[in-house]
Design a protein around this ligand. Structure first.
Ligand SMILES: Cc1cc2nc3c(=O)[nH]c(=O)nc-3n(C[C@H](O)[C@H](O)[C@H](O)COP(=O)(O)OP(=O)(O)OC[C@H]3O[C@@H](n4cnc5c(N)ncnc54)[C@H](O)[C@@H]3O)c2cc1C
Length: 447
């Protein structure tokens, strides 16, 4: 095999989704895969590896188990290899801490031979003569140019931190940070007299609780502000969790786009809310500190950020909010500011060279097939974790990573090395042919 022999597929990015794909691909005989990551090692949201925070999925949502429980890169084998299987068994720790998940992923990544770090993909183009793609970029400590050939591509580059458009960076301004950089900025934030956290998803709640616990020691006041109408809890009732199954994903994919949009809006509390245990811990902390002379803290709902400006004279941020129900406007001055405003997908610049080969929807986003292919032939370019609008809430969930990766491998290899169970939910999302519920004609009439 020469350097000119194209890989069967090259995957770009090594977050948990592509790491799972790498773990499942490596044991497959005759499959030549390569994973390119721009960082110098695997690292999972390192700015948010807060003490005690946990995954929102059970430990079985590791890199391999839901596709192949016998794979040696399972979490349980990680415990065994670390000599910690009994500790884990006795601890009965269903939800791993995020630090532990990161350690496990690093361990799994270190076993793989099909990964290259410090490889920043900058350009991709199609070479019709060789009937393959050329993946190019810079690698290593000196940004040396590289070019690699591949028949197929998997793009798994995650999202980028989202900060509301009304925010502009200010020279010499005191702390304004996104949660993605929270840990490295925490000490600076805690020197502020007051801190405002904006956003009420899981990350916002974790940062609020972390700052709240230390507010008495550092004597800052703390506000937690959201435009949502409540600090809502992530739903985890069993029959609701059946919506995070392959069965539901398949059903959702077949819905009309306008229906999908409404359904997703209705499902926000399944994929966007705060863990029940964290809400309980916040409440307990609030109650405990209310008996002491603790610095003030407030939780405020219905406030949408409209304007955010640095007032250099006072060294504070002036935040203007609109109350979403009363219509009133408010201004608030704060020293420290944390944006817990999530992530957005940003089209990478390397897409430009293959733009013509990709199918786009009317909003300029990828338009993935049911098997996550985005090229016109549905057999060359695949995407990970960018199909919320097409594939629904199953798209960003780590619990379905193994499923998607097993389907991707079926597409990428033309075999089905990790077949999925035929049924994954008890409930019917639409009546099946044998359900006794017969389909009527378009008018709903019975003749
Ligand atoms: C704090 C936090 C906690 C979360 N917890 C959960 C949870 O408990 N359960 C759950 O289901 N979901 C959770 N999520 C959501 C989701 O699972 C994670 O965001 C997950 O990391 C997404 O994985 P990914 O592989 O798509 O992308 P990422 O983890 O973002 O990884 C993408 C990788 O691609 C690399 N990359 C980007 N561009 C290039 C390039 N040009 N060349 C080479 N490499 C590149 C990046 O360096 C990065 O390493 C959480 C998200 C956050 C932010």
């Amino acid at each position: 095999m020469t350097n000119d022999t194209p890989y069967d597929f090259i995957a770009i990015g090594l977050g948990p989704f592509n790491l799972g794909l790498a773990c499942l691909a490596e044991p497959l005989d005759g499959v030549r895969s390569l994973f390119l990551e721009k960082k110098n090692q695997f690292a999972w949201h390192s700015g948010m590896l807060l003490e005690g925070t946990t995954l929102q999925n059970p430990f079985l949502a590791d890199m391999v188990s839901m596709a192949d429980p016998t794979n040696p890169l399972s979490y349980l084998n990680y415990c065994k290899q670390q000599g910690r299987l009994y500790t884990y068994y006795i601890r009965e720790n269903w939800y791993l801490t995020r630090q532990e998940f990161d350690r496990y992923c690093k361990w799994a990544a270190a076993q793989l031979k099909n990964v290259r770090y410090q490889h920043n993909v900058q350009e991709i183009w199609h070479d019709p003569k060789r009937a393959c793609y050329v993946v190019a970029g810079a690698c290593g400590p000196h940004n040396t140019a590289f070019q690699l050939l591949t028949k197929k591509l998997v793009i798994g580059i995650g999202g980028v931190p989202y900060i509301p458009a009304c925010f502009t960076k200010a020279e010499g301004a005191v702390e304004a940070v996104h949660t993605s950089n929270y840990l490295s900025n925490k000490a600076n934030l805690q020197r502020c007299k007051n801190i405002t956290v904006i956003g009420s998803g899981q990350s916002g709640a974790e940062v609020y609780q972390d700052l709240l616990l230390e507010s008495e020691r550092h004597r800052y006041t703390l506000n937690w502000v959201t435009r949502a109408s409540r600090f809502f809890q992530m739903e985890n009732a069993k029959l609701t969790l059946e919506l995070i199954t392959p069965d539901y994903g398949n059903y959702f994919y077949g819905l009309k786009p306008e229906v999908k949009h409404k359904v997703l809006d209705d499902q926000r509390s399944i994929y966007n809310g705060i863990n029940q245990s964290l809400i309980e811990r916040i409440y307990e902390t609030l109650d405990e500190r209310s008996h002491r002379e603790a610095p003030a803290t407030r939780q405020m709902t219905n406030l949408a950020l409209k304007h955010c400006e640095y007032v250099s004279g006072s060294g504070q941020w002036a935040l203007t909010f609109e109350h979403t129900q009363l219509g009133h406007h408010y201004i608030h001055f704060t020293d420290g500011l944390v944006f817990a405003t999530g992530y957005r997908y940003q089209l990478p610049s390397f897409i430009e060279g293959i733009r013509e080969r990709i199918r786009w929807d009317s909003a300029g986003r990828y338009d993935p097939s049911k098997s996550w292919a985005v090229d016109h032939q549905n057999r060359e370019i695949y995407v990970q974790n960018v199909g919320l609008q097409s594939h629904g809430l199953t798209n960003p969930d780590l619990g379905l990573a193994c499923y998607r990766n097993s389907r991707l491998l079926a597409e990428l290899t033309g075999q089905d090395p990790y077949p999925c169970e035929p049924h994954t939910a008890f409930q019917d999302f639409a009546p099946a042919a044998d359900s006794g519920f017969e389909l009527l004609d378009g008018q709903g009439t019975f003749s």
